[in-house]
Design a protein. Structure first.
Length: 133
């Protein structure tokens, strides 16, 4: 029997809860999006008072992190370093706040995307979520 590790709704909720705890502790209002390995949304929450545009941005960061199997900060750093050609990559969101969710065996389970405050703060919140996995 072949078994594949996959991100469950319970996992997504645990990741989001840890991210939310970090955001609340800092007084930051954000959207937290969790996608599965196929980049499909499985969990989303928007804190009261968060701007509506962050709903789409959080999802884009999460999708970008899983589709390219890297933190979205890697794209942000490259663009800031002059690699503007990366802006033409379909689905690449060059704004910190998206991180892949990786299993202990190294398989990619999905990703978290956070939007609502400074991108560096979004990244801190996403990292707190990843740490809970």
């Amino acid at each position: 029997m072949h078994s594949t590790v996959q991100l469950t709704l319970e996992d997504a909720r645990r990741v989001a809860a840890a991210a939310r705890a970090k955001a609340v502790a800092e007084g930051w209002h954000v959207v937290i999006a969790i996608v599965d390995a196929g980049a499909h949304l499985i969990y989303l929450e928007r804190a009261d008072g968060t701007q509506l545009g962050s709903v789409e941005v959080a999802q884009a960061k999460a999708r970008s992190a899983i589709l390219f199997k890297r933190p979205t900060k890697a794209f942000e750093d490259a663009v800031q370093g002059g690699r503007t050609v990366l802006l033409s990559l379909p689905g690449a969101t060059p704004i910190e706040g998206g991180l892949p969710l990786v299993a202990a065996d190294g398989s990619y389970l999905g990703a978290i995307g956070v939007s609502g405050v400074l991108s560096s703060q979004d990244g801190q919140i996403a990292a707190a979520g990843v740490a809970a996995l």
